[in-house]
Design a protein around this ligand. Structure first.
Ligand SMILES: CCCCC/C=C/C(=O)SCCNC(=O)CCNC(=O)[C@H](O)C(C)(C)COP(=O)(O)OP(=O)(O)OC[C@H]1O[C@@H](n2cnc3c(N)ncnc32)[C@H](O)[C@@H]1OP(=O)(O)O
Ligand SMILES: NC(=O)C1=CN([C@@H]2O[C@H](COP(=O)(O)OP(=O)(O)OC[C@H]3O[C@@H](n4cnc5c(N)ncnc54)[C@H](OP(=O)(O)O)[C@@H]3O)[C@@H](O)[C@H]2O)C=CC1
Length: 311
């Protein structure tokens, strides 16, 4: 609903949208450091004191906000991502605002050996791990019929396989150490499908049902597994989408607005806190009601649907 056709795409021609890296002509999106510094939280200062949390993809967006909030609440924070400068940016913000040092590890979650080293490094540094947040991920907008094989594999490998390597490795360590653990997988709102993002929809649906399955299998080890499904959350990750499409993203939910990274960061803090102790195998949707209302067309809705399907 609420999606006007974008440039009336020709149904017979393959389409591709590839943003220029760091295109200076495009506005910066999401909460910058100044905005993060001034966010209020409902949580008490020491809510996560003594709690060790590892957040992937925390050099930007929701991962960065979640790492910053966790540090403010007293957690021992470890983060990973592929780009050292971005990780250093998160560490610097946390140092300036809280005086705390965090552990930054450059790692590609698609590489299971790098993941093994990462989980080992967190245990060596902090003496254990309480919550793993699998937030690293992404996709590009394209009609599924035009996906290249390499593009399909890149998205599946990141969002499904990468998430799995991380949660399996963390769980192996928790089982070996006889320690409880908790996994939070950041997925997406896949309930009505994800036109022009079928690769990520397939991967995220896989993660949701993988999570529900191991939430049962791993309960005897005192390991909980939950998912968070964000809707349209304005972050740096929006660079992957055309400006014309971004201008309409908010129309996909009945609140006609966008969420921000703090909305998701606070949900992560809640689930990681003692308040989440009986929540297991769940999917928490944070989407302003999109699941009941609309669908995002990140590369433009074809003319065919322009009556919005309303009866
Ligand atoms: C869907 C609507 C929901 C709206 C709300 C959702 C928002 C978000 O999720 S925000 C986004 C979060 N962040 C991102 O998505 C950014 C991160 N994304 C990526 O890094 C890439 O999309 C990636 C997941 C594919 C990363 O893979 P990587 O291997 O690092 O990337 P490459 O650039 O080497 O690409 C590999 C391969 O993938 C195909 N491809 C990449 N970009 C596009 C594109 N824009 N269009 C079509 N195909 C693309 C392509 O085959 C690439 O290989 P080469 O052709 O050899 O480059
Ligand atoms: N924003 C939104 O509206 C929505 C976002 N999501 C998902 O939420 C998560 C966070 O998104 P958001 O904060 O918006 O986006 P960002 O692009 O800002 O964050 C994604 C982070 O993941 C890291 N990353 C990507 N691939 C890998 C990899 N292979 N190994 C390690 N790190 C990786 C990136 O860093 P680097 O490239 O340096 O490695 C980046 O910092 C993503 O999984 C996203 O797809 C889901 C639904 C909606």
């Amino acid at each position: 609903m609420g999606n006007e056709p974008l440039n009336a795409p020709d149904l017979h021609a393959p389409r591709i949208f590839r943003p220029e890296p760091g295109d200076p002509g495009r506005p910066k999106r999401g909460l910058d450091d100044e905005a993060l510094r001034t966010q209020a939280t409902i949580f008490r200062d020491d809510l996560l004191a003594g709690h060790t949390i590892l957040i992937s993809g925390a050099g930007s967006g929701m991962g960065k906000a979640a790492a910053y909030l966790a540090a403010r609440l007293g957690a021992n924070v470890a983060i990973c991502g592929r780009t050292r400068e971005k990780l250093d940016g998160t560490a610097a913000l946390i140092r300036e605002e809280t005086g705390r040092e965090i552990l930054c590890v450059e790692a590609n979650i698609r590489d299971p050996e790098a993941v093994e080293t990462l989980i080992g490094a967190v245990h060596d540094h902090f003496g254990g791990l309480d919550t793993l947040v699998n937030n690293a991920g992404g996709q590009f907008p394209q009609d599924a019929i035009d996906f290249s094989r390499k593009g399909w594999l890149a998205v599946i490998d990141t969002n499904l396989n990468g998430t799995w390597w991380m949660m399996q490795e963390a769980a192996k360590r928790w089982r070996a150490d006889g320690k409880p653990g908790h996994v939070i997988n950041i997925v997406a709102n896949v309930e009505r499908g994800m036109p022009q993002a079928a690769h990520t929809c397939a991967a995220r649906a896989g993660v949701i049902y993988l999570s529900k399955t191991v939430a049962t299998e791993w309960a005897p080890h005192n390991i909980r597994v939950n998912c968070i499904g964000p809707g349209v959350i304005e972050t740096e990750g929006f660079r992957m989408y055309p400006e014309e499409a971004l201008a309409r993203f908010h129309n996909a939910n009945p609140m006609k607005t966008r969420g921000n990274a703090w909305d998701v960061a606070e949900a992560i803090a809640y689930l990681a806190s003692p308040a989440g102790r009986f929540i297991n195998g769940d999917l928490m949707i944070i989407d302003g009601g999109q699941a009941q209302w609309g669908v995002v067309w990140p590369a433009g809705m074809p003319e065919y649907f322009s009556d919005n399907g309303a009866a």
